[in-house]
Design a protein around this ligand. Structure first.
Ligand code: 13P
Ligand code: ZN
Length: 273
């Protein structure tokens, strides 16, 4: 069996390709990471050939000693399915949470995504707040969601309400809402700090005029979250293009979802403004 036949590696490859097929990954846009489970790590020890340690660019002590499957910087998500060994990598985090080393993949050279600080800081937060349940962090560039960041005020409440109101399933899929990071330089620690701060509360963090990050327990749920957010954004774009809302789902309607769907929506998003 090859590394690329291992179940979680296949899941990663499948998801990267699905996102590409959706049009969310122009050129090298977007990136994906998966926190490998301990039993999966022991399954793949034989494939590992550690390279040199390199700085992560931030500090993630909560992830010391963990392994991540990550997409490569500058690699095209559309090529992952055809050529996984050259487009993705398995990395190990050191005992301080300050350095990483590639142990498999990126065979022709390269390094993990430039958004590694955001991925790992998000993983660190999500590992803590979900008691280890969340394992996938996904960054994409879907057009409708990005378009909304040029039109709607850039705050959590506006985006949460806009997205919730465009599809009844939205508050069920992301009941805690979405957070918004104003435009920032991508690729470094600063934007990672802002994004991971939002991940304390939300599973979705929007990067104004750039894209968004989603977090979830597995590949399907995280992809489904991205898909639901972008579908809702697409409806919002159509509604705005038709002159705006004439009617919508009300705060009381949202409160009615609580019983049948077992969700509690934060009152800060239901209160009249
Ligand atoms: P990478 O190619 O380094 O993953 O960067 C793509 C991207 O979307 C940056 O935000
Ligand atoms: Zn990006």
């Amino acid at each position: 069996m090859a590394m690329t036949d291992i179940t979680f590696v296949r899941g990663f490859i499948h998801m990267a390709n699905e996102g590409y097929l959706r049009g969310w990954h122009e050129r090298n846009g977007g990136n994906l990471s998966y926190r490998v489970k301990p039993d999966e790590v022991s399954q793949i020890r034989d494939y590992m050939a550690p390279r040199k340690w390199a700085p992560i660019g931030t500090c993630v002590p909560g992830l010391a000693g963990e392994f991540f499957l990550v997409s490569g910087s500058g690699k095209f998500m559309g090529n992952v399915k055809e050529d996984p060994a050259n487009t993705i990598a398995l990395i190990e985090v050191d005992s301080q949470g300050e350095n990483y080393r590639i142990v498999w993949g990126l065979e022709a050279g390269g390094r993990p995504t430039s958004e590694l600080p955001s991925h790992l800081m998000n993983h660190e937060v999500k590992k803590r707040v979900t008691n280890g349940a969340h394992r996938v962090i996904y960054h994409a560039h879907p057009a409708n969601l990005i378009a909304l960041t040029f039109v709607l005020p850039l705050d959590d409440r506006t985006f949460t309400r806009a997205l919730w109101e465009m599809a009844t399933e939205c508050p069920v899929v992301f009941p805690s809402g979405v957070g918004v990071v104003p435009w920032m330089v991508p690729g470094g620690r600063e934007i990672a700090v802002e994004t991971s701060r939002l991940m304390e509360t939300y599973d979705v963090a929007i990067w104004a005029h750039h894209g968004l990050f989603c977090s979830g327990e597995d590949f399907d749920l995280t992809f489904g979250l991205m898909d639901t957010v972008e579908k809702s954004a697409e409806i919002m774009v159509k509604v705005l293009s038709m002159g705006g809302k004439r009617q919508t789902i009300t705060s009381d309607n949202f409160r009615e979802l609580a019983g049948p769907f077992g969700i509690t929506l934060p009152e800060k998003f239901l209160d009249p403004q």
